[in-house]
Design a protein around this ligand. Structure first.
Ligand code: BGC
Length: 764
C-alpha cells in the first residue's frame, strides 16, 4: 500500500511538472523581464549568444532551418527558441545590401541596388539626400529579410592610398558626422539596424588586423573620434562595429576605455557593440571591454566558457553584455516576425541611386564653358572604363546588382551616337581580358585592374573627323585588405599619353576633350589636367552613375557636388605620405600619426601647401553671389547664428553648397588656420533667385581638445566666421568675440600614445 501511495505521489508530481511545462514555457523574450530571461539562461546559452554563429550560411545547430539564413549574409547571432530569442542576420554594406543574387535552392533572384559609394554620397553635401538613400537601402535590408546593415563606414580619409576610402565619407570629421547621422536615420527609419564602423582609427588596410595606430589624444578626439561621436549622439545606431587595428597599443575591441568609457559613458551610446570579422585576439578582454558580440564567432565559445568556469571572467560582465544583445534583438524584424516580401521596389531605388549619383559628381575643370554640350551628336569614347563602368569598390563594400549602366549605354540611352570603330576596339580588348580568366570569382573586377589599352596616334586621329567631342574615362578600383600604391595614385604613362594624344588631335580640329574620372579615391591630376578642356569627377557612383554622367555632360543636371577631401599636387605633399602605411614600411607594425590634427585641408591651409583642388571645391554651370552675412551677435554666449544670402546670378538653374569655416584664436592651444563648422546647400535656384541660409554654432563648434586637461576648451579671443564656396574661395567674413575661456566638456583622460610621436606643430 505504502509503495502504491508513493508511486501515485510520484506520478502526480511528474504529471504536474509536465503540465506546468506545457502551459508555462518559462520566460520569453519580449513578454518577460530581461532579467528573468538572463536568469533562465545557462552559461552556455549566454556564451553562445555573445559569439556569432560562425559562417553565416552554415546550418544552425539549434534551428537547423535554412529559411532563417540569407545566402551571402555576413553573419548571424545565435537563437535560443526555448526563451523566445530569435536569430538576427547581419549584412554588408555601405553602398547597399550585399547578399547573393542567386540564392541557393530558391528559384528567384535577389538583386540589390548599387547606390553611389560613401565618398560620392558625401560630395553631395546633402544630408537630406543621404537620408533618402538610407531609406531606400534600409528598405532592401527589410524586404530581403535581414536585420542589420553593416554600415555606415566612417573612417577618415587620412591618406589617399587607403584601400577602403571609397567606403568612407571625408577627410573632415564634421562632414563625416553629419553624413553618417543622416544615413543612420534613413536606414533605421525602416525598423532595421545599422552598424557604425570601424570604431576606430581604421585608416590603413595594410596589416589591418594587427597594425597599431599611434596618435595623440587631441588627434584622436578631434579628427578620428569626432565623426563617431556626432553620429552616435545625433542618430543612435543600433550597433557599433569595433575595428581590426590596435590603437595606442591595444586592440580597439579589447579597449574598455574606448568602448565603455568613451562610447557608452561619455557619448551615451545605448546599443550593442560587435567586433569586425575575426577582429582582436583575446575574447575575455573583449567581453570585459564591453564588446558584446564576437563576429563571425566560433572558437571563442570554448575560451569564454573556460574563463567563466575558472573565474577568469566574471559572469556579471557577460550578463551585462547579454542584456544589451537581448535589448537589440527585441528591435529586429526577425523578432517581430516581419513577413519580408523579397520584392523591394528596385525600379524606385534605381532612381534614388541615379539622383544621388548626379548630385555627388564634382566638376573639377570647365575651361571656356566646354560643358555642358552644345550641338553634340556623336561622341568618341576613349578608355576601357567607358565600356565597363565601375559602380563601386571591392570587398564587403560590394553590391550584387543586376546591371550597371556603362557610359556608352548612358550616351546611347540619351540618343547620342557613339563612335563604332572605337567601341569595337575596346570591346574586343575587354573580351580578351575576361576570356583569359573564365570562372574566376574576381572576373567582375579584372577589367578594372587591368592596364589601359594603348591606342596609336593613327587610331586616335581617325576618330576626330566623325565625332563632335572626345570623352576619356579613367578608372580605378580598390578594396579592403590592401592599400593602393603610389603607382595607382598616379596615372600610368599609357593613360597620360592617351589624354595628351586625344587632346592634341581633337583640339587641332577645334573640338573639345572631356575627362571623366570613375574612381573611388583621390588620384594625381596636376600633371595632366592642362590637356583636356573639362574634368568631371564621377566617383564610383553606383549602378546608375553612367546615366547621371550623361545628364551632367549634356546639361540636364547642373553639377553641384563639391570635394569632401583635398586633391594634392603630388602624393609627396600628403601630410602622412612619409608614415603611410607604417613602420617598417614593408610589413608595418606601428603607424605613427605624426601629422596630428593636420589632416587634409587643416594641413594644406595651415602650412600653405598648394593643392590641385582644395577641400570644398566644385564648379557649376552657373554663378552664385554671396551677400549679407549677419551674425546674431558680436559676442558669443551660448550660440551664434550666421545668416547669408545666396543668389544665382548666372543663366542656369542650380544648387550651391555653402561652407562655414571658423578661424579660432591661438592662446594655449594651437589651431589650424580654419576648420569647417557648418555647411548648407541651397534648393535648386532659378537664375535671379536667392535663398537665405542659416548656420548655427554652439560652444563645441568653438572648442579644441586640450589633451593636458582632457577637455574641450573654447579659448577666449576673437573668432572669424568665413563663408566660402570652397576652403580657398572665402567670399564673406565676420568676427565675434568670446570674452572668457570656456571648458565646454570635460572628458576622461584615456588612450595615451604608447610610442613617441614627433607631432607636427606650427610652433616648431
Ligand atoms: C570588414 C567589415 C565587414 C565584415 C563583414 C570585414 O572584413 O572589415 O567592414 O562588415 O567583414 O563582411
Amino acid at each position: 500500500m505504502r509503495k502504491r501511495i508513493l508511486l501515485f505521489a510520484l506520478l502526480f508530481l511528474v504529471f504536474k511538472f509536465s503540465f506546468a511545462q506545457s502551459n508555462n514555457p518559462g520566460p520569453q523574450l519580449g513578454k518577460s523581464k530581461i532579467q528573468d530571461i538572463i536568469s533562465a539562461m545557462t552559461l552556455e546559452d549566454k556564451v553562445y549568444l555573445l559569439v556569432g554563429v560562425g559562417n553565416a550560411n552554415q546550418k544552425d545547430p539549434i534551428l537547423g532551418d535554412k529559411t532563417t539564413i540569407i545566402d551571402g549574409a555576413a553573419g548571424r547571432t545565435w537563437a535560443i527558441p526555448r526563451l523566445g530569442i530569435t536569430p538576427t542576420i547581419l549584412t554588408d554594406g555601405p553602398a547597399g545590401l550585399r547578399i547573393n543574387s542567386h540564392p541557393a535552392g530558391l528559384d528567384f533572384t535577389r538583386y540589390c541596388t548599387a547606390f553611389p559609394t560613401a565618398t560620392a554620397l558625401a560630395c553631395t553635401w546633402n544630408p537630406e539626400l543621404i537620408e533618402n538613400v538610407g531609406k531606400a537601402m534600409g528598405n532592401e535590408v527589410l524586404e530581403y529579410g535581414s536585420d542589420v546593415l553593416l554600415a555606415p563606414a566612417i573612417n577618415i580619409h587620412r591618406n589617399p592610398l587607403c584601400g577602403r576610402n571609397f567606403e568612407y565619407y571625408s577627410e573632415d570629421p564634421y562632414v563625416v558626422g553629419k553624413m553618417a547621422a543622416a544615413m543612420i536615420r534613413g536606414i533605421q527609419s525602416n525598423g532595421v539596424g545599422t552598424s557604425l564602423k570601424h570604431f576606430a582609427t581604421n585608416n590603413i588596410e595594410t596589416n589591418r588586423t594587427s597594425i597599431n595606430a599611434v596618435m595623440s589624444q587631441r588627434a584622436l578626439r578631434e579628427i578620428y573620434l569626432r565623426g563617431f561621436e556626432m553620429a552616435v549622439k545625433e542618430a543612435q545606431p543600433w550597433t557599433v562595429m569595433s575595428s581590426y587595428n590596435r590603437l595606442n597599443g591595444y586592440y580597439t575591441s579589447e579597449n574598455r576605455d574606448l568602448i565603455t568609457t568613451i562610447l557608452r559613458d561619455e557619448w551615451k551610446f545605448e546599443g550593442m557593440v560587435m567586433t569586425d570579422w575575426g577582429g582582436g585576439a583575446d575574447a575575455v578582454a573583449q567581453m570585459n571591454a564591453g564588446n558584446d558580440v564576437l563576429m563571425p564567432g566560433n572558437h571563442q565559445r570554448q575560451e569564454l566558457l573556460f574563463a567563466l568556469k575558472n573565474k577568469a571572467l566574471d559572469e556579471k560582465v557577460i550578463d551585462q553584455n547579454v542584456e544589451r544583445v537581448l535589448t537589440f534583438i527585441m528591435k529586429t524584424p526577425h523578432f517581430r516576425a516581419y513577413p519580408f516580401s523579397n520584392k523591394p521596389d528596385l525600379v524606385a531605388h534605381a532612381l534614388v541611386s541615379k539622383n544621388a549619383a548626379s548630385e555627388g559628381m564634382v566638376l573639377l575643370k570647365n575651361d571656356n564653358n566646354a560643358l555642358p554640350f552644345k550641338n553634340i551628336k556623336k561622341v568618341a569614347l576613349f578608355g576601357k572604363t567607358s565600356y565597363r563602368f565601375i559602380a563601386g569598390g571591392t570587398g564587403s563594400g560590394e553590391v550584387n546588382y543586376e546591371k550597371a549602366v556603362t557610359i556608352k549605354d548612358g550616351f546611347v540611352n540619351n540618343g547620342f551616337k557613339v563612335a563604332k570603330e572605337l567601341e569595337d576596339v575596346y570591346t574586343q580588348f575587354i573580351d580578351t581580358i575576361t576570356k583569359t580568366a573564365k570562372n574566376n570569382r574576381r572576373d567582375k573586377f579584372l577589367v578594372d585592374f587591368h592596364p589601359e589599352f594603348a591606342l596609336s596616334k593613327d587610331q586616335i586621329n581617325a576618330q576626330v573627323k566623325n565625332s563632335d567631342i572626345a570623352i576619356i574615362t579613367i578608372g580605378r578600383n580598390a578594396g579592403e585588405g590592401s592599400d593602393r600604391k603610389v603607382a595607382d595614385f598616379s596615372l600610368t604613362n599609357t593613360e597620360k599619353q592617351l589624354i595628351k594624344d586625344v587632346s592634341d588631335a581633337f583640339h587641332a580640329a577645334n573640338k573639345k576633350v572631356i575627362v571623366v574620372l570613375n574612381i573611388g579615391g583621390v588620384i594625381a591630376t596636376a600633371d595632366w589636367r592642362n590637356d583636356p578642356d573639362a574634368i568631371l569627377l564621377a566617383w564610383q557612383s553606383g549602378q546608375e552613375g553612367a546615366n547621371a554622367i550623361v545628364d551632367i555632360l549634356k546639361g540636364k543636371v547642373n553639377p553641384s557636388g563639391k570635394l569632401t577631401m583635398s586633391f594634392p599636387m603630388a602624393y609627396s605633399d600628403v601630410p602622412s605620405a612619409k608614415t603611410f602605411p607604417g613602420d617598417p614600411e614593408t610589413n608595418p607594425i606601428n603607424a605613427l600619426y605624426n601629422e596630428g590634427i593636420y589632416v587634409g585641408y587643416r594641413y594644406y591651409a595651415t602650412f600653405k601647401v598648394p593643392t590641385a583642388y582644395e577641400f570644398g571645391y566644385g564648379l557649376s554651370y552657373t554663378k552664385f553671389d554671396y551677400s549679407n552675412l549677419q551674425l546674431s551677435s558680436t559676442t558669443f554666449q551660448n550660440e551664434m547664428v550666421a545668416k547669408v544670402t545666396v543668389k544665382n546670378t548666372g543663366k542656369t538653374e542650380g544648387k550651391e553648397v555653402v561652407e562655414l569655416y571658423l578661424s579660432a584664436p591661438n592662446v594655449e592651444i594651437e589651431k589650424p588656420v580654419q576648420e569647417l563648422k557648418a555647411f548648407a546647400k541651397t534648393r535648386s535656384l532659378k537664375p535671379g533667385e536667392s535663398q537665405e541660409l542659416t548656420f548655427v554654432l554652439n560652444p563645441r563648434s568653438l572648442a579644441s581638445f586640450w589633451s593636458g586637461i582632457s577637455s574641450w576648451v573654447a579659448e577666449k579671443g576673437q573668432y572669424e566666421v568665413r563663408i566660402g564656396s570652397s576652403s580657398n574661395d572665402i567670399r564673406l567674413k565676420a568676427k565675434f568675440d568670446l570674452p572668457s575661456t570656456i571648458v565646454v566638456e570635460k572628458e576622461h583622460p584615456v588612450i595615451y600614445p604608447n610610442r613617441k610621436l614627433k607631432e607636427l606643430s606650427t610652433l616648431q
